[in-house]
Design a protein around this ligand. Sequence first.
Ligand code: GLA
Length: 378
Amino acid sequence: MPRPAIDLFKKTFGTTPRAAASAPGRVNLIGEHTDYNGGPVLPIAIAQRTTVAVGPGAPGDASVLEAVSTQFSGVARVKWQEELPKGWVAYVGGVLRELWSLEAVPFDGSVRIAVASDVPIGAGLSSSAALAVATAKALAPSLNPRQIAGVAFRAEHDHVGVRCGVMDQTIAALGKRDHALLFECASLEATQIPFDARLLLVDTGKRHDLSAGGLNQRRAECEEAVKRLKVELPELLWLASWPAEWLPRLKRALREPLRARAVHVVSETARTRFAAQLLQQRRLKQFGKLLYESHESCRRLYDCSSPELDTVVAAAKRAGALGARLTGAGWGGAAIVLVNKTDKKTIPAIQRAYERAYGRSAPITEVKPSAGAHTERV
Ligand code: GLA
C-alpha cells in the first residue's frame, strides 16, 4: 500500500517523491527480552506495513528535514544535524544521522519524507522499527538488509534512546514470506524456518510507550546481573550465555529481583532454541507448550505481563489452544495464540472472557508471515 504515502507527499510538498520503500511490523513467536542479552529470538514479519516516500527538500535548504505522516498532524521541519526532532520524527532524524556517518544521505542532506502506516502504534508490533527500517530503505536502497537493520537499530538505540535489542529492526529488514526467523543476537546468525501454522493476534488495546517504559529498567537490571555473575564466571559477556545447567549456581549468586530476571533470560534462551528445533520438525503441539511456558516466565519472573494479557492467555489455554503468550516487550500490547487449523472454540472463548473481565472486546486477527523491507514503485 504505497499510495497513501505517495499521495500525502504530493499533497504536502506539491511534487512527486523520488523513491519509496516499506517495512513490516512484527510479532515474536518466542525469545522475549533475550535480544539485548545476547540470546536467540524467533520473530515473524506481519502483513501490516509502514511506507515512506522520500524526495529532495527545497533548493538551498541545507540539512533540513521536512516530515509528515498520515498518523500525526502538521509538518515537522528541523535542521536534523543540529537537533534531534521530537516524537516520531526522532526516528527519522536518527536514521539520517546514521546514514550520514556512512556517507549515504541523498539529496545533499535536505530531505522531505511522507509516512503512511497500518502498523498500530504502541500495540507491541514494533511500529518504530517499521518506520526506521522503511526510512533507511527509502533513503539508501543500495544498502543490504543487514546494513539497513543496523542503521535502524542505532537510530532507535543511540539517538532516540530506547535501550532495545536488535530483534525488531532485524526482522523488519530480513523477514521472509511464510517463514519465521531464528536470529542469534550475539553471533548474528540468521536461519529462516518455514511457518504455516495458524496464529492469532489478540490486541488488548492497552498501549505502552517503550521510550518511557520498563524496558530500560529491565535492561539495567540485566546488566547489573552480568556484573555480579562475572565474579563467578569472569569471561561472561552476555547474560544469555550463562549455561542453563548452572541455574542453581546463578540463583545462589543473585538476589531478587536480579535473580528472577536472570532465570527468565537463561531459561528463555534454552526454550527458544528448543522451540526453533520443534518448529523445524513441525512438532506444533510441543512448540505450543513452550509458548505457554514462555508467557509464564515473562509474567512471573520478568514481570512484564499485564492482567489483560494474562486473561487472554488463560482463556486460550482453557479453550484448548496449542499455545499462547504475550509478544514484544509486554506491559500491554498484544498476545499471540497458536491454534489448530480446524479450531473453532478459541476465538469465541477469548472474546467472552475478555468482555466479561473488561467490558470491551479485544480485536482478534490471523497473522501470516510476510516479506521484510523492500522498495516500492512511485
Ligand atoms: C522490544 C524491543 C526488542 C525486544 C523486545 C522484548 O520490542 O524493541 O528489542 O527487546 O522488546 O523481547
